[in-house]
Design a binder for this molecule. Structure first.
Ligand code: PSV
Ligand code: MN
Length: 385
């Protein structure tokens, strides 16, 4: 039997990185709604991320998207973050919003466009040097819409060359993390559509190149926990972008659509030793709900499912698996999944001087009303620099 007390050390180490863009306005291609209190500057986004951390102690770092979060002095931005009790995490590059990238970026047929995209990544590495960030996360919108539009092999070869150039520029303590996505915005093929392609590309680079698994970037029915297991087995699971999907890349609150899937993923993380090595990030957008409580709910969902995954009696499970006890093994897993860990987590938070119920505490704190009253004027941030 694994008890709650047994899993506390692992829970204490849990750290989930928040995406700066989750605090800005977002939407669909039909409408971007604004909400009162939405940040107008990168500093206000960081302050909101720090609020999530203050209420949960779960989110000590915030990921930036460049150039969305461009400031004159990234060293000063880092100090601002630290003064607010958090630090800067992953730097996300952006080669999907410039006219030059209409036919791709790092895989583009034109060397000058590829160089522009490479130079952008060099700039991101300069930002990382100033912020002390470890990870450069690359997600590419590259691909084609029609068969015959591009030479699939040629694009893959150019991508490999461009990634190698970027990788070479990284410092010894920095990593490159390549995210895959099976479709959108390219609709016929994308150049990094799946974990296998990402794995093939990063393996060719070196040990500090890893795969990023965004839970929303798979076809319906994909067994994501199998991919988690395989990447951990291969030593290449660098990070998660957590979110929920019902249909496509919905970017909804993690654990909202399919809590059981999140449990299964986290169980494979546990079984593969990933809690020590993998960066846990959120990649979400809050289109209709308030952003800070949306993020608080998200990190709590990850914490609750982590606790359940850690509660699996692994010795009993291994014995049942060895004995061919199919239903017994399944029952052991399901017992952990069905355990309501919320009361134990509330007690544990209380014992650490944190709000027992962070979500309710935030709503009662008046913070949402305060930022809505203070942040008047200026331009609320959204997708775009
Ligand atoms: C692409 O859909 C993605 O998941 C990538 O991680 C981007 O960096 C993020 O969305 C924000 O656009
Ligand atoms: Mn993502």
């Amino acid at each position: 039997m694994t008890t709650f007390g047994d899993i506390v050390p692992a829970l204490e180490r849990q750290a989930i990185e928040l995406p700066s863009w989750a605090f800005g306005n977002s939407g669909t291609r039909f409408k971007v709604f604004s909400t009162p209190g939405t940040p107008r500057t990168p500093e206000e986004k960081i302050a909101d991320a720090a609020t999530v951390h203050a209420f949960t102690a779960l989110a000590p770092t915030v990921a930036l998207h460049y150039p969305w979060d461009r400031v004159d002095d990234f060293g000063a931005l880092r100090r601002f973050a630290q003064d607010h009790g958090v630090d800067i995490g992953t730097i996300n590059s952006n080669t999907f919003q410039d006219d030059a990238y209409r036919f791709g970026s790092l895989a583009h047929v034109d060397a000058s466009v590829r160089q522009k995209a490479i130079d952008h990544h060099f700039e991101c590495i300069d930002v990382m040097d100033a912020t002390g960030s470890r990870d450069l996360k690359i997600w590419l919108a590259d691909g084609t819409n029609y068969p015959g539009q591009g030479d699939l092999r040629g694009r893959q070869d150019r991508l490999a060359e461009a990634l190698a150039t970027i990788y070479e520029r990284l410092g010894d303590d920095q990593r490159l993390v390549l995210e895959y996505k099976f479709f959108e915005p390219a609709l016929y093929h994308t150049d990094v559509p799946d974990w296998g392609t990402s794995y093939a590309q990063v393996s060719a680079l070196g040990e500090r190149a890893m795969v990023c698994l965004d839970t929303g970037h798979h076809a319906p029915g994909t067994n994501i926990e199998f991919i988690v297991m395989q990447l951990l087995r291969l030593g290449r699971l660098g990070s998660f972008d957590f979110n929920s999907r019902f249909y496509a890349d919905d970017d909804l609150i993690v654990g909202a659509a399919d809590p059981f899937q999140l449990f299964r993923i986290l169980f494979e993380v546990q079984r593969g030793g990933g809690f020590e090595t993998v960066a846990f990030m959120l990649d979400q957008c809050h289109n209709v709900e308030d952003k800070i409580p949306g993020q608080i709910r998200s990190v709590l969902n990850v914490q609750e499912m982590t606790a359940r995954a850690l509660l699996v009696d692994t010795d009993a499970l291994a014995a049942a698996e060895r004995a061919g006890d199919v239903l017994g093994a399944n029952g052991i897993l399901m017992d952990a999944f069905y355990t309501d860990v919320r009361p134990a987590l509330a007690d544990w938070r209380g014992s650490r001087g944190l709000p027992r119920e962070p979500f309710a505490a935030y709503l009662a704190s008046g913070t949402q009303e305060r930022i809505a009253a203070e942040r008047v004027g200026g331009t609320q941030l959204s997708w775009g620099a």
